[in-house]
Design a protein around this ligand. Structure first.
Ligand SMILES: Cc1ncc(C[n+]2csc(CCOP(=O)(O)OP(=O)(O)O)c2C)c(N)n1
Ligand SMILES: [Mg+2]
Length: 555
């Protein structure tokens, strides 16, 4: 390490980041960020050096969601920045606070090979981009980036030309106050009494109520309040996909509402005449564009209520409030009712029904994905962290009703595959004392399989479960239903156990689900990471796929 008497700009920038309390940074180095990154590491920040910039950002997203603080990643200029473009829109839509330290091409030369106008690329994703071209102001600009990321809950990318980073520091020796000392201390927002009275009147007239909770309810600690409201209204509970598990112990929770709703839940949602949506943005998928509850009026309780979401008119009735305070006030104002939609028979039905009872005969030597998930649900310890990816198989992995919300991580915004392995790394970094289980598809895992090396090198505890149908399941079923061939969507069963071993990790192909308890016990005893490959039949369609593409089901 070269040590000049006079600090460089990158020294001060590293100190500014350290002062923001950055404990972990996901990084891939190049000329335009490596000096800064080395200095940040010297400040005590743990660096997770990944093998693709997309994965640095995606891991930081999961880290931010689990840690509850700002996620930090760093990339070099030009090609380092362009690799971020698939992850950023998801981070924007998932409202994740992130700060990305990106290099920029040097200002001093007339031409630079890796130069590209970074700002429009980044801002096209919905993230903020700030060029930092005045060294003396850079520490304040870093502080402001952290303030902006927290306040707007979105990614902020700062681009700093690397020739400026290498200059001697001529600014003041003291850093500005960190963002956390400046943030406004806000208290939960209570509802207006008129809104409470109006909502209580409406709700009192309803007979089949569903209380639907989203991540806003989770963040506000509104779980118990929602259960009390549903009990008083004699109604049922449901969650969005990211909030699943919030009511895992409640016998009247029908599970996830949306594309992943279990069979029985669909029936009940169809009968609902009133949905109280708590702390959820009413994304299209949460209610199938409203088709899941065709008869229901909707009351939304949220700090930022909306009439229209993702192109659909979603709620006519609103209460602006913190989720917990709003629900508690509504419960208190709701008159006691005589009848109830609830019954013991209903609770028994919810408990005993399979999420999907459709009969399918699978080929010998292949597994039924529904049975794979049942076996995993039974065998995996309750305290392990569960990470979900996308693809057709995600329907099956969503059917794990015994676990609490804080054990799951689901980020599905922007719908890109290939994120699972990065999300698992982000959770493993945020919870180093825990075991993380990633549920992924073969196509999705293959997209960033190089990160197995990162997982191995950093000694992360990650069990990767691959639902291997030898195909892009989401594509193959749709294409078959439209009479197309399998070209480009069927690849055959590649050997993930062998791939894992190539990266120095144990891998196995699980053939008999009866072996799982023993495999889990061995894995738990050894720790580290492993890849388990489950070869499943592509004859088993998720109910969502079956409904949308009935022709494919008959294939
Ligand atoms: C980055 C990206 N590329 C392509 C797609 C289109 N796509 C959606 S699901 C999917 C297949 C995923 O395959 P796999 O991970 O094996 O899961 P499966 O659907 O087979 O269960 C593809 C290619 C996408 N969503 N994101
Ligand atoms: Mg697949």
């Amino acid at each position: 390490m070269k040590s000049d008497a006079k600090p460089r700009v990158y020294d001060i920038l590293a100190r500014a980041f350290a002062q923001e309390g950055v404990k972990t940074c996901f990084a891939l180095l190049g000329d335009a960020n490596m000096n800064w990154a080395a200095r940040l590491a010297e400040q005590g920040c743990r660096m997770v050096y990944v093998r693709h910039e997309h994965c640095a950002l995606a891991a930081a997203m999961a880290y931010a969601r689990k840690d509850g603080d700002v996620g930090v990643a760093t990339v070099t200029c030009g090609p380092g920045v362009t690799q971020l473009i698939t992850a950023l829109p998801a981070a924007v839509r998932a409202h994740l606070p992130l700060v990305v330290f990106a290099g920029e091409a040097p200002l001093k030369s007339g031409w630079y090979n890796q130069e590209i106008d970074q700002s429009p690329l980044i801002t096209a994703t919905g993230a903020a981009y700030h060029r930092l071209h005045m060294p003396e102001r850079m520490p304040v600009a870093v502080r402001d980036a952290f303030l902006q990321a927290r306040r707007e809950r979105r990614p902020v990318v700062i681009g700093i030309p690397f020739d400026l980073q290498g200059r001697p520091w001529d600014g003041p020796s003291a850093l500005p106050k960190p963002a956390r000392d400046l943030l406004p201390r806000t208290s939960p927002m209570p509802p207006h009494p008129d809104d409470v009275a109006g909502a209580a009147k409406l709700l009192a007239g309803a007979e089949r109520v569903v209380v639907l909770a989203g991540l806003g309810a989770v963040e506000a600690g509104a779980g118990a309040a929602c259960r009390a409201l549903a009990a008083k209204a004699g109604g049922l509970l449901a969650t969005t996909l990211p909030a699943r598990g919030l009511f895992h112990e409640d016998p009247f929770c029908i599970g996830i509402s949306g594309s992943f709703t279990p069979e029985v839940g669909l029936e009940y949602l169809k009968e609902a005449d009133f949905v109280v949506a708590v702390g959820c943005s009413l994304a299209y998928h949460a209610g199938g564009g409203g088709q899941l509850w065709p008869k229901a009026k909707m009351l939304q309780i949220d700090i930022d209520p909306v009439a229209v979401s993702q192109g659909q008119e979603v709620a006519r009735h609103h209460m602006r409030a913190d989720a917990r305070l709003g629900v508690e006030a509504l419960t208190a104002a709701l008159p006691a009712r005589k009848g109830s939609w609830r019954s013991d028979a209903m609770a028994a039905r919810i408990r005993d029904s399979k999420p999907d009872s459709h009969a399918v005969e699978v080929e010998p030597g292949l597994l039924d994905p529904r049975r794979v998930v049942e076996a995993l649900e039974a065998a995996l310890p309750q305290e392990w962290e569960m990470v979900n990816s996308g693809g057709h198989c995600s329907w099956f992995f969503a059917q794990m009703p015994s676990r609490p919300q804080e054990k799951f991580l689901t980020i599905r915004e922007f719908g890109a595959i290939g994120n699972g392995i990065s999300f698992a790394m982000g959770v493993a970094a945020a919870r180093p004392d825990r075991t993380v289980v990633l549920f992924d598809g073969d196509g999705s895992l293959m997209m960033h399989v190089q990160e197995l090396e990162t997982i191995k090198r950093h000694g992360m505890n990650i069990l990767i479960v691959v639902m291997n149908d030898g195909a892009y399941g989401s594509e193959v079923h749709k294409m078959r239903s439209e009479g197309f061939g399998d070209d480009g969507s069927v690849f055959g069963y590649c050997d993930f156990a062998g791939i894992a071993r190539g990266f120095g990790l144990p891998g196995r192909t699980v053939k008999d689900l009866g072996d799982l308890p023993q495999f889990v016990a061995e894995f738990a005893a050894g720790g580290g990471a492993a890849v388990w490959d489950f070869h499943v039949s592509d004859k088993v369609l998720s109910p969502t796929m079956r409904r949308a593409h009935p022709q494919s089901a008959r294939h």
